[in-house]
Ligand binder design. Structure first.
Ligand SMILES: O=C(O)c1cc(=O)[nH]c(=O)n1[C@@H]1O[C@H](COP(=O)(O)O)[C@@H](O)[C@H]1O
Length: 274
């Protein structure tokens, strides 16, 4: 199964559009685990075990592991997810972007070392910085398009005077990702839940691509507006929430609390489809 097929299967099986983002911060761990970076794997594995029947995907953010020298814990976590939730695709959030020869190494890191099913990429350096990832035919490459942060507007909203119709940069990218760049049907786009108007615009320009939509929960994005703007039957959205799920409780009941928030968010997203 390729990444797109995995997404469709997980959406059906778990009846979910929710992705749980795995952004482990030892300072927020419960009880005796607090400030103990050696517990990153244990913390994330507990969250995975508590939510694996509720999600369309998991999304570990590599910086939260690398910052603590915990890459081997990320490797173990990826293997754990494959073991306990083989039906759930894993998106490695790495936001890589570099020239082709270096991109080859990043692609190897994401897909061979970590066994990710998809990776997030910055498209700033153009198509030749994306192409090495597309040589792995079953893997997905999800390009930053209209990001959730306020500063995303600095670049992504600029108009391109030399392209017909003067689209904004993110609109131009959405069109390229749906057409010329999508050689083997592997591309997706990141669009922030904090900008539902832009989600709708991206969906118009990229009607079939999977959209990874972070920004619900801690960043205040509106789950209902997100689904209405981006979800269409057969065109998946992956609505990602990290802190609101991971740190729903900082007590010993953290995994149960994470499950409760995941259940609520999944239900909210499901209701918005109707
Ligand atoms: O690519 C991403 O996942 C991403 C893109 C974006 O536009 N905004 C964004 O917040 N993210 C990531 O999504 C997660 C958001 O976390 P919460 O705000 O805690 O749900 C972080 O890991 C961010 O790095």
């Amino acid at each position: 199964m390729n990444f797109i097929q995995q997404l469709h299967a997980a959406e059906q099986l778990n009846d979910s559009l929710l992705c749980v983002g795995l952004d482990p911060e030892p300072a927020k761990f419960p009880g005796a685990w607090k400030n103990d970076a050696a517990r990153i794997y244990d913390f994330c594995a507990a969250i995975v075990d508590a939510t694996k029947d509720l999600v369309i995907a998991f999304k570990p953010q590599i910086a939260y592991f690398a910052a603590h020298g915990a890459e081997s814990q990320l490797e173990r976590l990826m293997a754990h997810i494959k073991r306990v939730a083989p039906h759930v695709p894993v998106i490695l959030d790495a936001k890589r972007g570099d020239i082709g020869s270096t991109a080859e190494q990043y692609a190897r890191e994401a897909f061979m070392r970590y066994q990710a099913d998809a990776v997030t990429l910055s498209p700033f350096m153009g198509f030749d910085s994306i192409e090495p990832y597309l040589r792995y035919p079953d893997k997905g490459a999800i390009l930053l398009c209209r990001t959730s942060n306020p500063g995303g507007s600095d670049w992504q909203n600029q108009r391109l005077a030399d392209v017909a119709g003067q689209p904004r940069l993110y609109e131009h990218l959405a069109r390229l990702a749906q057409t010329d760049w999508n050689k083997n049907g592997q591309l997706g786009l990141v669009v922030g839940a904090t900008f539902p108007g832009e989600i709708a615009r991206v969906r118009e320009l990229a009607p079939t691509l999977p959209l990874l939509i972070p920004g619900v929960g801690a960043q205040g994005g509106d789950a209902d507006a997100t689904v209405k703007a981006g979800w269409r039957p057969g065109s998946p959205i992956i609505v990602s929430s990290s802190r609101a799920v991971l740190y729903a409780s900082q007590g010993e009941d953290f995994a149960a609390a994470a499950r409760r928030v995941a259940l609520q968010t999944r239900a909210q997203l499901k209701q918005a489809k109707a």
